[in-house]
Design a protein around this ligand. Structure first.
Ligand SMILES: *[C@@H]1O[C@H](CO)[C@@H](O)[C@H](O)[C@H]1NC(C)=O
Ligand SMILES: *[C@@H]1O[C@H](CO)[C@@H](O)[C@H](O)[C@H]1NC(C)=O
Length: 398
């Protein structure tokens, strides 16, 4: 009898020890929520650490899963202290966990966020995936290849300190993201860095894509030409699909167990093809079946939402060769993204408001604000009206 009990305890212990745990910093928004969902297919427990602001339907999609533990914590609150140490619930939870199979860090905008994390996670982490950016190349010397595409090896800061400071001032985001990479490189944690170009996909919390799509959707009735400055007709840059980011994270986590040479390195990922802003908007226009006017003589400072970099495309050869990265076909992603935002006005009123405010603040002439708002209200309530016509009112009670 005692024997049996001991065996049972042993089995119980070993199954507990094998419980696979991931921590996701961020995870409430755009790529993060996509990633948490894909991690749930392979992890027993996903700890999601963020400030508790939920966007679109990510709260519903993620929080109702019993494998998800949500920790509300602000990583940027205090400048001179470890912010994570202040999040008691998180620290207490960490105390009960000996192994963290994976950390995915979407929300380290400052290098200190990573050093804070490494301090509290100490020797427990098997793999730390840092979501970095192609903006790191903006603060570096420049590409070395004739192709004009940034390769991973191009992330070398200028030796000249004056130039270095000048570039860092010009792109403080890129500077901070690169400093974050440097913190990981100097640590003793196995890591992987994904350098993302501009991300497109459903539930984009930057609202950049949706702003252009709504602009085009309203164009027939509200024909405001979309400005494309000269430089945005020439500069091709890269984009990545949010779903490819989630899928890559899962893939490299798997792969790292058998192919350790992929560790401790950075990878560019993105679509095969790059686009100028002009090309991107043409793609969107044709997918929507619209006919849009552009202002091709727009001032260089005109209102544009893409791209966020100035150095052109990234080279994704290394990711393809080393981690088997296969991007979604552009046309397929385009179709999915357009479809998502076509129906979004009805489903996400609070995000719609941000998009509309964006247009009201930067695009719509003052004299036409009322007219524009009326048009938007009609679109935002159209589906609701037709829905209630189709279904009897008592359906609401179900
Ligand atoms: C990656 O870095 C960790 C921590 O420094 C080290 O233990 C590990 O051996 C490295 N792995 C490879 C494949 O270089
Ligand atoms: C991840 O791996 C799966 C299975 O091998 C593959 O089909 C998919 O394309 C990979 N994802 C990416 C973005 O490479």
């Amino acid at each position: 009898m005692i024997h049996l009990l001991a065996v049972l305890i042993l089995i119980l212990e070993s199954s507990m020890a094998q419980e696979k745990t991931a921590i996701v910093f961020g995870g409430n928004g755009f790529m993060g929520s996509e990633t948490v969902l894909s991690l749930l297919t392979q992890f027993d427990k996903v700890i999601v650490v963020n400030r508790g602001n939920w966007y679109y339907d990510s709260n519903l999609r993620i929080m109702q899963r019993k494998e998800v533990i949500h920790i509300k914590c602000d990583r940027f609150k205090h400048k001179n202290e470890n912010n994570l140490l202040k999040c008691e619930k998180f620290i207490k939870l960490l105390g009960s966990i000996t192994n963290i199979d994976l950390v995915v860090d979407f929300s380290a905008y400052k290098p200190k966020a990573i050093s804070d994390a490494l301090e509290v996670l100490k020797g427990k982490v098997h793999l730390y995936i840092y979501i970095s950016s192609d903006s790191v190349y903006e603060v570096c010397e420049g590409y070395n290849t004739a192709s004009g595409l940034s390769k991973e090896t191009d992330s070398v800061r200028p030796k000249d300190m004056e130039k270095r400071r000048m570039l860092a001032r010009r792109d403080s985001y890129g500077d901070d993201k690169l400093s974050g990479e440097e913190v990981l490189e100097a640590s003793n944690v196995p890591y992987l860095i994904l350098r993302l170009p501009d991300v497109i996909g459903p539930r984009d919390t930057t609202h950049r894509w949706w702003t252009y799509q709504l602009w085009m959707q309203l164009f027939t009735e509200f024909p405001l030409a979309i400005p494309i400055p000269r430089s945005n007709q020439i500069l091709k840059t890269s984009y990545v699909y949010s779903k490819d980011v989630a899928s890559t994270i899962l893939n490299v986590t798997d792969l790292s167990r058998t192919k350790s040479e992929i560790l401790n390195q950075s990878y560019n990922i993105g679509f095969e093809e790059g686009f100028t802003l002009k090309e991107l908007l043409y793609e969107l226009e044709s997918e929507m079946g619209q006919n849009i006017d552009y202002d091709l003589n727009a001032d260089e400072n005109a209102f544009t939402l893409f791209p966020s970099v100035s150095r052109g495309m990234v080279d994704i050869t290394k990711a393809k060769d080393m981690i088997g990265f296969v991007p979604t076909k552009w046309k397929q992603a385009l179709r999915e993204v357009v479809q998502f935002y076509s129906g979004a006005a009805l489903k996400y009123p609070s995000e719609l408001k941000d998009v509309v405010d964006n247009l009201l603040d930067h695009v719509v002439p003052d004299s036409k604000r009322d007219e524009f708002s009326k048009l938007v209200n009609r679109i935002a309530s159209n589906g609701v009206e037709s829905q209630s016509q189709e279904s009897p009112a008592h359906h609401n009670e179900l």
